[in-house]
Design a protein around this ligand. Structure first.
Ligand code: ARG
Length: 423
């Protein structure tokens, strides 16, 4: 009975979360046993028995049939248990020169590599959607605000395009996390290496890692550092998307009324029959805000841990795995919603935005030869006397402005970045 209590407490959510690591665990084991055979710790015959058995396990994982049974602690033990049940003693040989500590490390690195690419794909999809919308609504003006006060003309081209470009910065962090994940910890064993002459270059090559985490202690230390890099990237994207969700809620507010979604994509109220609420973007904002606490959660979980493996590290899976799924869900939902966004035209024709054109009119006077300070005063006086009549002409042409949002250059920037995820 006490055994059961201890097991349940320490295993926690591993039986469920480790399922996401299963295919990588098999991949890591295949590389490990090929290497063991190359250094004489397994015979060719043994390897030929083990590889097809691992292949079968891999297939059962892809079919969704693989489970981590009650009484089995984690994915690593389950795979070995299946091999031993099928092959007897040969199955017990595969663990030479490794520990579950480097096994879980290698699983996580392979998993994060794929997961970061999934996040990058979803981010790029949203990026493209934003760019398309930016081009489509390039000429539709909207108010630009500073201090939440009406400031200068902006456009939907700039608004959509800005979030697209912001995602390119987030992509830099995703690539940084990818590069950190793309290093081979296998061979660090419990965290201090092994007295077997392990060929770590060979497993690095077999698993397609850019290089080994050379120092075995550094390899073990990368548990935590990798997750933190992933969390920083997730947090960055969440910050961009959360900010965008806030804008959407605001521009949908009936006092603004700049954008709309079809009724079926909004939510009603149980008491007010007229309501068309932006619940999707509110939930997105809340989820994205919460995702931004990820680096903090990890920092607090791992603060001042002693060097080497500590079981606390297991709990990082509970934090990072669902977070990454949630981020992808938010990105996909944003992409879905934006396919249906309706943008209002002629917003700035309303006289409440008259003063938004003051800078345009000051600048026009400057172009006619009036010194800037005098032009500023002239328009300022007209505003004060109530005689200001806006010209409503907007002529921004420089790089990155309303007339030239540079979407093609931003797209090139993103294309270049996406190449960083190639193995
Ligand atoms: N479930 C464990 C983890 O995620 C696997 C490694 C177990 N190692 C150990 N020494 N108990 O960390």
């Amino acid at each position: 009975m006490p055994d059961r209590i201890i097991e349940e407490f320490t295993v926690g959510k591993d039986r469920e979360l480790d399922l996401r690591l299963a295919r990588y665990d098999v991949q890591g084991s295949m590389a490990h046993i090929k290497m063991l055979q190359s250094i004489g710790l397994l015979s060719k015959e043994e390897l030929d028995m083990l590889l097809p058995a691992l292949e079968d396990i891999a297939e059962s994982i892809e079919r969704g049939e693989f489970v981590i049974e009650d009484g089995v602690e984690d994915v690593h033990s389950q795979v070995e248990f299946l091999l031993t049940a099928r092959l007897g003693d040969v199955g017990k040989k595969i663990h030479s020169g490794r520990s579950r500590n480097d096994q879980v490390l290698v699983d996580l690195k392979l998993f994060f590599r794929d997961e970061l690419r999934n996040i990058a794909t979803a981010t790029e999809r949203l990026f493209k959607r934003l760019q398309t919308l930016s081009e489509q609504h390039k000429d539709k003006l909207m108010p630009g605000y500073t201090h939440l006060q009406v400031a200068m003309p902006s456009s939907f081209g700039l608004w959509f395009g800005a979030y697209a470009e912001a995602l390119t910065d987030d992509m830099q962090l995703l690539i940084a996390a990818f590069n950190i994940a793309n290093q081979n910890p296998l061979g660090s064993a419990a965290g201090y290496g092994s007295s077997f002459p392990l060929d770590r270059e060979m497993t690095t090559q077999l698993l397609g890692f850019a290089n080994p985490h050379y120092n075995v202690v550094a390899a073990q230390m990368s548990r935590g550092k990798t997750e933190r890099a992933v969390a920083a990237a997730i947090g960055a994207i969440a910050s961009t998307l959360g900010h965008f969700a806030m804008d959407v809620c605001m521009w949908m507010c009936s006092n603004f009324g700049f954008i709309k979604f079809p009724d079926e994509l909004t939510t009603g109220s149980s008491i007010m029959p007229h309501k068309k609420n932006p619940d999707v973007f509110e939930i997105m904002r809340g989820k994205c805000n919460r995702l931004q606490s990820l680096p903090n959660e990890l920092a607090i979980l791992t603060a001042n841990l002693p060097l080497g493996y500590n079981r606390d590290l297991q709990l990082m899976k509970d934090i990072v795995f669902p977070a990454s799924t949630e981020l992808i869900d938010c990105l996909d939902t944003a992409d879905f919603m934006l396919q249906h966004i309706e943008v209002k035209d002629g917003i700035l024709d309303d006289e409440r935005y008259d003063y938004i054109f003051t800078v345009e009119d000051v600048n026009r006077l400057v172009l006619e030869g009036v010194p800037f300070r005098d032009a500023y005063r002239q328009v300022g006086m007209a505003v004060q006397n109530g005689t200001y009549k806006p010209s409503r002409k907007v002529a921004h042409t420089h790089l990155g402005s309303i007339g030239n949002p540079a979407n093609n250059l931003i797209a090139e920037k993103m294309d270049k970045l996406m190449k960083g995820f190639r193995l």
